[in-house]
Structure formats: C-alpha cells, structure tokens
Design a protein around this ligand. Structure first.
Ligand SMILES: *[C@@H]1O[C@H](CO)[C@@H](O)[C@H](O)[C@H]1NC(C)=O
Ligand SMILES: *[C@@H]1O[C@H](CO)[C@@H](O)[C@H](O)[C@H]1NC(C)=O
Ligand SMILES: *[C@@H]1O[C@H](CO)[C@@H](O)[C@H](O)[C@H]1NC(C)=O
Length: 442
C-alpha cells in the first residue's frame, strides 16, 4: 500500500505518483482473473457427445446390441456427428464415460478396454474418430475403482496418462469416486494434470474435484482452474425437469463463488444436455439449451443421435444459441432477478452485447407475460443509449431498436424460456427510426 506519515519517503507530487502506481499494481494483481490450465485448450466451452446419461453402464451386448457400451456405438455416433451436421456446428468431442474397461489391468499394469466390446482397441477407435474430423474423449477415476467398479487410476496416474496419449485420446473425464481422503483427492487431480502435460499430447482435462470436495471442504476454484479445463460442481444430471431446476437453483445460489472463475481455458460444468431424450417437454428443452448458453457450459449431449426428433436436433444445432455459448469473451452469465414466478438471467458477450434469458418457473396455467425495463440489463449499459434486440428462442425474431428506458414484455410458456440478445448501438449510428419509450414485443 502507499507509504504513510512515519515513512521517510520524499513527499510531494513524486511520492504521490509512486503511491498511485503502487496502488494500481496491487489493484491489477488482485483483479487479474484466475490463471487457467496452460494447455491452450478449451478456450471456449468444449462441445460434443458423452454416453453416460443416455447409455449408462450397459455391458451386455448379447441382450442389448444397439445400446451396449461398445466400439460400434461410438463408431455409429461418429458417423452421425458428421453426416447429420453436428460436427459442422461445433460438436467435436465424442466421449466415452465409465464401463469401457476390462475388469482388470493387463500384464504390464495398463488399462485395457473390454475385449468383447472394443475388439479393435481404443487406438483404432481414436484413428476412426480422427478420420472423421472428430476428437475422442475417455474416462478414468482418481481412486482405486471407477464409480461402476472398474480399475481406478490411483497409483497409475502417469502410466494411464501415457496409455491415453499413446492411443491418441484428446480428452479425459477424470471421475472422483472412491477418492480416499481429501488430500489424496487433491493430489490425484493435480498429479493427473501434470501427467497429462508430461505426455506432450494436447488432452482436455475434465475434473470432478469440487463435486467430491464440497461436502467436506470449500473448493478453491483459483487452484482448480490451474489444473482443470472444466469441472463438475453438482450432482449428475438426469432426464427430468426436476434435475434441470436443481442445477439452475444450485448455480444461482452459488453464483458469487463460481461465476467469476470461469473463462477461456476453465469452465464450470453443469453436466450433460439431455435434449432429445425422454424426460423434458419442448419448453424445458428450450430452457436447458438457453441456460447452458448463458452459463458458458460445456455442451456435451447425451442422447441417441440415431433417433432424435427434428425439433430437438434443430434446437441443439441452433447457431445463434451456440454462438452465445461459444462467445469469445468467455464470461459466464448469472441470475439478476427472481420475481415470483420469473427469473431473469444475463450473460455479457463480446462488443458490449448481452444474452438475456427469461424463465417462467410457474408449473401451472398457460403462457405468462413478464415485463421489465431495459435499464436493468447489463447494469444499465446493455441498451445505453440504444440497442437492437433479437429474440433467439423459442423462435428467432427481430425485435427492433430500443433505448435505455424501454419496457419489454415477453410471453413465456410454463417451464419455458425466452432467450434474447441485445446489441448496443452507439449514438452516432442512430437514425430517427427508433421506437420510443414503451414497447410491446410479444
Ligand atoms: C505443459 O505445460 C507447459 C507449462 O505450463 C505449457 O507451456 C505446455 O503447453 C503444456 N503442454 C501440454 C501438452 O499441455
Ligand atoms: C487404494 O488402496 C490402497 C490399498 O488398500 C490404499 O493404501 C490407498 O489409500 C487407496 N487409495 C485411495 C485413493 O483410496
Ligand atoms: C487458493 O489457491 C491459490 C492458488 O494455489 C492460492 O494462492 C490461495 O492462497 C488459495 N486460497 C485459499 C483460501 O486457500
């Protein structure tokens, strides 16, 4: 801090300048965002497909040939990710979750895939996935056993990292079941991060460290971000509106401690997209897509790309929503108000733009109107002096020009969301076709 009275520093303008420079340096040091894992990856939230929520741990390929965890399942998904346009809108990582392994390590202590379900081996699968212009993700666990009871990586961190790199794997989801003690949990996540780095291969590192730590100890996100590209905070998602609500409520309740840490290289992970599955209504699927964009979440679908409705596919492939999720500024959004049945969330985007989500949390009745002033958006800056507003979900519509005291009214279905994007307009660009003060954008 600035030298005070007792010091023998020279007084006058020079020492004042020195004090100011010092204060600025301290301020800059305190305000510098948390340093991210330095592997150059996940500069925007990773996008792809992950088998867990939809396919779980089905290992019986005799009984369930189309649904068991096998190389065939992943090759089919890889084919569809290309032929159905998923890759071209950004879904790039095809990720294996638990239950791919054989029950034991091989003679040299290496992890090996189940020989019946992955007869060609993971290296061959990686080659296939790469030949499609996609990347392959795999799964392991920090403890002695995975959550489903397959071999854990404890005691084998370096060997497993080398094995994955040797196969050509591009992403590791590292689970935390059977972690032992909090010390072993932290040490395990850090050691695997170093081990991946040492392989020299670019491998995105997905952690569940804070999820397992939180019940016992407050997570240190500054530290977690130095080791992980994204991290789970909250329980596994499941295919129901209750699960989506729980994630949103938890995130809003904890936003003061988790939002600021997110940024290029490190993201909070509210878990998979379950759009295109069984449990969510259309409006609830819109809510998940809109809010996962607001939360700067990894977009990892867990659905069956062989059977997905055109509507769910269009929602998941909506380029305007994906652009919000992938915004290069990399700031996570947050809830700004909760007003009886409505929640208003916003996310700052590059060039002074904002994404705005209005959720109707009422679970009875019909569509409800929610009115609000543009003055509350972006701390008063989103529409100052003017902005154009585009509705993105549930359907695209240009809502025209607004000023900083405009009123907006949106109509939202029960459990649905209206997603908007504001683009600020500088005064000198204004012409006089602005819309005046009170606007209805139904
Ligand atoms: C390993 O870490 C160093 C230093 O943090 C970094 O420069 C390098 O790119 C990393 N390598 C990989 C493969 O992640
Ligand atoms: C794994 O098991 C060994 C032997 O029982 C034990 O010493 C070690 O602490 C365990 N590791 C974890 C992470 O639980
Ligand atoms: C959190 O971790 C960072 C980086 O390792 C460290 O500098 C800081 O002191 C830790 N904070 C707390 C409260 O332990």
């Amino acid at each position: 801090m600035a030298p005070r009275g007792r010091s023998r520093e020279p007084s006058g303008p020079r020492s004042l300048a020195l004090a100011l420079a010092l204060a600025l340096a301290v301020w800059l040091a305190l305000c510098r965002p948390a340093r991210a894992l330095d592997n150059g990856l996940a500069r925007t939230p990773p996008m792809g497909w992950l088998h867990w929520e939809r396919f779980l741990c089905q290992t019986d390929c005799g009984e369930e040939p189309r649904r068991c965890i096998s190389e065939q399942l992943f090759m089919q998904m890889a084919d569809l990710m290309v032929s159905e346009g998923w890759r071209d809108v950004g879904y790039q990582y095809l990720c294996i979750d638990d239950c791919w392994m054989a029950p034991t390590r091989d003679g040299q202590g290496r992890l090996q895939p189940d020989p019946k379900r992955f007869p060609s081996g993971i290296g061959k699968l990686a080659d296939y996935v790469h030949s499609k212009g996609l990347k392959l993700g795999i799964y392991a666990d920090v403890g002695n056993k995975t959550c489903a009871g397959f071999p854990g990586s404890y005691g084998y961190y370096e060997l497993d990292a080398e094995t994955f790199a040797g196969w050509g794997v591009d992403l590791l989801k590292f689970d935390g079941c059977n972690f032992g003690t909090l010390e072993l949990l932290a040490e395990g996540y850090k050691t695997m991060s170093w081990a991946l780095n040492k392989t020299g291969r670019s491998i995105v590192y997905s952690c569940e460290w804070p999820l397992y730590q939180r019940p016992l100890q407050k997570p240190n996100y500054t530290e977690i971000k130095q080791y992980c590209n994204y991290w789970r905070n909250y329980a596994d998602i499941y295919d129901a509106w209750n699960s989506i609500k729980n994630v949103l409520d938890w995130t809003a309740y904890n936003q003061d401690s988790i939002v600021d840490v997110a940024g290029p290289g490190g993201w909070n992970d509210p878990d998979m997209l379950v759009i295109g599955d069984f449990g969510l209504s259309w409006d609830q699927q819109v809510t998940q897509m809109a809010l996962w964009a607001i939360m700067a979440s990894p977009l990892l679908m867990s659905n069956d790309l062989r059977r997905i409705s055109p509507q769910a596919k269009a929602l998941l492939q909506n380029k305007d929503v994906i652009a919000i999720n992938q915004d290069p500024l990399g700031k996570q959004g947050y809830r700004i108000t909760k007003d009886s049945n409505f929640e208003l969330w916003e996310r700052p985007l590059s060039d002074g733009a904002f994404a705005i989500a209005v959720i109707n949390r009422q679970e009875m009745g019909g569509p409800q109107a929610f009115a609000f002033s543009t003055a509350i958006l972006g701390n008063g800056l989103a529409c100052n002096p003017m902005c154009s507003i585009q509705r993105i979900l549930p359907a695209s519509k240009d809502l025209g020009l607004h000023n900083w005291v405009s009123f907006l009214k949106v109509v939202v279905n029960p459990t649905g969301t209206v997603l908007l994007k504001t683009v600020v307009i500088k005064e000198r660009l204004l012409t006089d076709h602005s819309n005046g003060h009170s606007l209805d954008v139904l």
